[in-house]
Design a protein around this ligand. Structure first.
Ligand code: ADP
Ligand code: NA
Length: 340
């Protein structure tokens, strides 16, 4: 029986956006009262593509500030920075020797990020899912709340756990440990905001790593900026449907209704009950008001927190101490299992 434990992380690799907020950060908050939670700033993942060191330091504090501004309580959940708990790297190495190269080449995120240049990206970019498995399994986390884009990586985490448990079955038994040494972690991917799309092009994911996308709503945008981006969002000319089925084949409409639903903790059906038959001239201002009202307080608290880096650094240090205590227990066992 594993402790019901949640792990999730965000890369400090650019401006946090509405997709990160709705797909991940906002969902962290209610979980902290039901589970043992670890919320990590995954800076070792960020450097799989080049990061300016000072930008990385700033973005690391920004992600931690976003967690706290959104309502994560560092007394309830462990908030920490991946690189401060070196066991993440150590377990990732063991997993690099468990996972198969072919598993990594099959990852759609790797294919997207590497593009046609797949021989000239960092080795870390290819091994990224192995480090992610280490992040999760170091704490034997049973649940991982993430957006839909991480689904395939989570499946790989499960494959790695399974293969480790199998390959080392005899040694695990010799050490007197449970045969299911690592848990088979469950993804938590649910709700109307598992994949927020770009407001410019409803077929592309809203992402930190697309600098050309000016339509992205950043958590640090002011009220005016948020309202403008929503009013400029690409849509079709038709009115909103009254039923969810009416959103089929209308990616942009589906996306905006999903954002409204997630921001108001409603279902898309409930939103369409309210707005079905209305045009964008009615819906967009309502969505802009809702987004400003919801993101405004998060944004101002985030700005206040980043203006006081010593406090953030203290929270991260304390979180790392608590995370390390758990991580050291797992690594001590893993070293024996492996034969070190
Ligand atoms: P990004 O893809 O923006 O670089 P990360 O890879 O750091 O962000 O992911 C951080 C979290 O945000 C993950 O749980 C991821 O699934 C979620 N996420 C990222 N983009 C979106 C999106 N467009 N919609 C919903 N969730 C998202
Ligand atoms: Na992502």
């Amino acid at each position: 029986a594993f402790t019901q434990r949640v792990f999730s992380g965000i890369q400090p690799s650019g401006d946090l956006h509405l997709g990160n907020y709705l797909g991940a950060i906002r969902r962290f908050v209610p979980l902290q009262d039901q589970y043992d939670c670890l919320y990590c700033v995954v800076d070792m993942h960020a450097i799989t593509v080049w990061q300016e060191p000072n930008d990385l330091r700033r973005a690391t504090r920004e992600v931690a500030a976003a967690y706290i501004a959104a309502g994560v309580d560092p007394n309830k959940a462990i908030v920490f920075n991946q690189s401060q708990v070196i066991e993440h790297a150590e377990l990732a190495w063991v997993f690099n020797c468990i996972a198969r190269i072919g598993w990594m080449y099959r990852m759609t995120q790797f294919k997207d990020k590497a593009g046609k240049n797949s021989e000239n990206v960092s080795l870390g970019l290819l091994a990224y899912p192995s480090l992610m498995a280490a992040d999760i399994l170091l704490y034997k986390a049973t649940h991982v709340p993430v957006g839909d884009d991480q689904k395939q990586h989570l499946e790989l985490t499960r494959d790695i756990a399974q293969k480790f448990n199998n390959d080392y079955a005899a040694s695990i038994a010799e050490q007197g440990l449970d045969a299911e040494y690592f848990p088979i972690t469950e993804p938590m991917i649910a709700g109307p905001a598992t994949r927020i799309m770009s407001l410019r092009d409803g077929t592309k994911k809203m992402s930190k790593s697309d600098p050309s996308d000016q339509s992205r709503i950043s958590l640090l945008d002011d009220a005016d900026g948020i309202a403008k981006k929503i009013k400029r969002a690409t849509t079709d000319p038709e009115a909103l449907p009254s039923e969810v089925e009416g959103l089929k084949g209308r990616a942009e409409a589906d996306n905006l209704v999903g954002i409204y639903a997630a921001l108001s903790d409603k279902t898309k059906a409930e939103v369409l009950k309210e707005f079905g038959g209305q045009g964008w001239g009615v819906f967009k201002p309502a969505l802009a008001d809702l987004a400003v009202a919801t993101l405004g307080p998060v944004s101002s608290e985030m700005k206040r927190l980043v203006s006081d880096p010593a406090t953030i650094d203290g929270i991260l240090r304390d979180g790392a101490d608590r995370a390390r205590a758990l991580a050291e227990t797992t690594m001590a066992e893993v070293r024996k299992i492996v034969g070190f």
